[in-house]
Design a protein around this ligand. Structure first.
Ligand code: EPU
Length: 357
């Protein structure tokens, strides 16, 4: 598929261009939300598309294998990282355009996602409230097409700017080119390690309407009697719901949901319901059925179990946590044991959500 290219940013005068600074032996514990110990043999910070181009053009590092690191909220480090770690620190956020049908907003890939959501609401541009409190950066949001409470990033996506790590050219990708799927995109598939996202543009539809429909939000409607919440109320509800079941990575290291919710055929689902009538399941438009992985893991008795410093969260079995001093190896051992037991009981293979390095 041809990818339209955009004109490069105004070239900076040679004197102003900063040289490439590659740091050696950088500890990654503070740079991943699981708090796992690992060392990057080499790490470089990029603050603009021009920095990325400089890296691509560099005779020593341009062709080196690279690992792109955002907020470190979707990665499990099991060993020291040999590829060059490229830490994305492109900042800035702005309103690009306000039309009658949408606010188009843009943020640098290094901006904190939740901070960006809060900022758009403060500015009076609602639309991202269901995606509050998701850990990580703006640049990581399209990579796994983050989603929560009935909204996925793809539903608010306009375009993104990325730099091709082979040619150094800036490209603009639309939603079709990003190939969004459930917790998936081209950046986890054929563009993995080949393209670095520098800026993301979102389209927030006008007029705004609340996306309810999700069970936890319907419960809030019933509890409060507010049937038509404004965006701030919805934001507050999402924050309360998430804080009640998902651990704050600043307090207890984790990477959000550790497994994707598996999709099975209607026949397989009927078979499971026959044996376990309470299985939480959601029929999909194509006739297949999505099962709640958290329920499957819970049903196998994993809540609160540990392997070394790694454990299964007490309030949400889908989340693995670092109870203190966990290694990536322990997280992976625990994850494999969970996969085996869920497979043994339900015949379903759970697929991890984070990248295991
Ligand atoms: N459940 C249990 N026991 C558990 C966990 C869940 O019985 O230990 C049941 C719940 O009672 C509920 C069902 O399973 O009926 C689903 O749980 P929940 O509503 O918490 O959502 P989820 O499927 O666990 C997904 C996303 C989350 C997102 C929420 C809300 C995935 C893998 N996870 O979780 O995303 O925030 O829905 O939309 O799709 C993430 O990707 O990191 C993430 C946190």
């Amino acid at each position: 598929m041809p990818i339209p290219s955009v004109p490069p940013e105004n070239p900076r005068p040679a004197a102003a261009s900063s040289a490439l600074v590659v740091e050696s032996r950088v500890g990654l514990r503070e740079l991943n939300t699981f708090g796992l110990p690992a060392v990057a043999q080499h790490l470089v910070r990029v603050r603009s598309a021009a920095d990325v181009r400089r890296l691509v053009d560099d005779p020593a590092w341009g062709r080196a294998p690279k690992f792109i690191l955002g907020g470190g909220s979707n990665v499990v480090f099991t060993r020291d990282v040999e590829p060059l770690v490229v830490k994305v620190e492109v900042m800035g956020r702005r309103l690009v355009e306000a039309t009658e049908t949408a606010w188009i907003v843009e943020a640098g890939a290094g901006e904190n996602w939740h901070g960006f959501v809060q900022w758009t609401l403060e500015q009076g541009w609602p639309g991202l409230e269901n995606l509050a409190l998701i850990p990580g950066t703006v640049g990581a949001a399209p990579v796994q097409n983050i989603g929560a409470y009935g909204v996925e990033l793809k539903d608010r996506f306009e375009s993104l700017e990325a730099v091709d790590l082979v040619t150094g050219r800036s490209v603009v990708l639309d939603a079709a080119a990003c190939r969004f799927g459930y917790r998936d995109s081209a950046f986890k598939q054929h563009l993995a390690g080949k393209s670095l996202i520098t800026r993301v543009r979102l389209r927030l539809p006008r007029p705004w309407w609340p996306v309810l429909g999700y069970l936890d939000l319907e419960r809030k409607v019933a509890e409060t009697g507010i049937t038509n919440p404004d965006s701030r109320t919805l934001f507050d509800w999402v924050c309360v719901i998430r804080r009640a079941k998902l651990p704050d990575p600043a307090m207890l290291g984790n990477a959000g949901s550790f497994f994707k919710n598996p999709v099975v055929s209607a026949e397989q689902c009927r078979d499971i319901i026959g044996r376990d009538p309470e299985v939480v399941h959601y029929p999909l438009p194509d006739g297949s059925v999505k099962l709640a992985a958290g329920w499957l893991i819970d049903a196998c008795g994993w809540k609160g179990k540990t392997v070394g410093g790694a454990g299964v969260h007490d309030r949400q079995a889908l989340v693995l946590v670092n109870r203190g001093g966990a290694t990536g190896g322990e997280v992976v051992t625990l994850a494999r044991a969970i996969q085996e037991s869920v497979y043994g009981r339900f015949g379903i293979r759970l697929e991890p959500e984070p990248v295991v390095m």
